[in-house]
Design a protein around this ligand. Structure first.
Ligand SMILES: Cc1cc2nc3c(=O)[nH]c(=O)nc-3n(C[C@H](O)[C@H](O)[C@H](O)COP(=O)(O)O)c2cc1C
Length: 313
């Protein structure tokens, strides 16, 4: 058997300290909670990184039930950023993360620019936190979230404000609902983001025809899963043409080939969301499949595959 292929990727080349992952597979925000219980059923220490649940300044209960619904090839969720709040995260979760091999990235959410900055400031210098993923793309909260992602200037303003408040690597997660996601990506890159996550869920809904009302209590939810993979892939492919910072592909990834498609389209790393809800071990299977593909095709380093899709299309 030959040498193991090199799966390491650099997620924050513009950042002084950088953010090197041992492999490009990350668990997406909202899937593994804070990773602690999830870690009991899946070998998360072998992953490239874990992104924790969206975290706000104050604890949030989230939206009323029902807030999860299966659709054809997908899932609608309207969790509404239920979380324990940043102070409990720093006090109760970060000390465990500090003992882990896998880096943890905190997904930060807010309703105002000041709210985002306040959360980021509280994460500064906390052992166990390797980076911030700014969630300006949550589709199912009444204030903030996705609004920041709809206009390039607003997205840039929140990114720049958080950039000045943190020395951590800063990833910004964008929404496919933005009128022109490439414009938002360029604005956020110029405002100091180290990397971009593409994409969050798409706004969607379902109707109960017997009750004649929306099926989700919040009416609107975010669509995820295999149904959104082609759109996520297209977004990565198109955005990679105009940006220079690393892209993290996310949307419907469920096997090694899916992950490789994103990397060939231009992503440096990928996040697994919905697939990790139904089978917690999927990320490890995916990693093994990726490694096998590299061996079978004589690829020594995963970085040799990034963005190799033909550009003339
Ligand atoms: C139940 C659930 C909760 C989620 N919570 C968050 C969250 O707190 N913050 C965030 O940025 N994205 C959140 N997401 C979006 C995922 O991180 C991911 O971007 C999206 O689901 C698309 O990937 P997938 O098709 O692999 O699920 C959530 C998704 C689901 C299904």
């Amino acid at each position: 058997m030959g040498e193991r292929p090199d799966l390491r990727v650099q997620l924050a080349p513009r950042h002084g300290r950088g953010l090197i992952l041992s492999n490009p597979i990350m668990i997406a925000s909202g899937i593994a909670g804070y990773g602690i219980e999830y870690g009991e059923v899946a070998d998360i220490q072998s992953l490239g990184a874990v992104v924790c649940k969206g975290t706000t300044l104050m604890p949030r209960e989230g939206n009323p039930q029902p807030r999860l619904l299966e659709t054809a090839s997908g899932l609608l969720n309207s969790i509404g950023l239920e979380n324990i709040g940043v102070e409990a995260l720093v006090r109760d979760k970060a000390p465990t993360w500090a003992t882990w091999r896998v880096p943890v990235i905190v997904n930060v959410a807010g309703e105002t620019v000041e709210g985002y900055v306040a959360v980021a400031s509280k994460l500064e210098g906390v052992p166990g936190i390797s980076g911030i993923e700014l969630n300006i793309s949550c589709p199912n909260v009444s204030a903030g979230g996705i609004e920041f992602c709809m206009r390039p200037e607003l997205a840039a303003r929140v990114t720049a404000a958080v950039r000045s408040a943190t020395t951590l690597p800063l990833i910004v997660k964008l929404s496919p609902n933005a009128p022109d996601i490439k414009e938002v990506a360029l604005a956020v890159e110029a405002a100091g983001a180290d990397a971009l996550t593409l994409i969050n869920t798409l706004k969607g809904m379902a109707i109960d025809i017997d009750e004649k009302c929306p099926s989700l209590a919040n009416a609107v939810g975010g669509l995820s899963g295999p149904a959104i993979k082609p759109l996520a892939l297209y977004t990565v492919f198109e955005t990679a043409k105009v940006t220079r910072i690393p892209l993290i592909g996310c949307g419907g990834i469920a096997c090694g080939r899916d992950a490789l498609e994103f990397i060939v389209a231009g992503a440096t790393a990928v996040q697994v969301g919905t697939a990790g809800l139904t089978s917690p071990g999927v990320c490890i299977t995916l990693l093994e499949e990726m490694e096998r593909y590299m061996r079978d095709n004589g690829v020594d380093s995963i970085t040799d595959l990034i963005g190799t899709a033909r550009r003339e299309s």
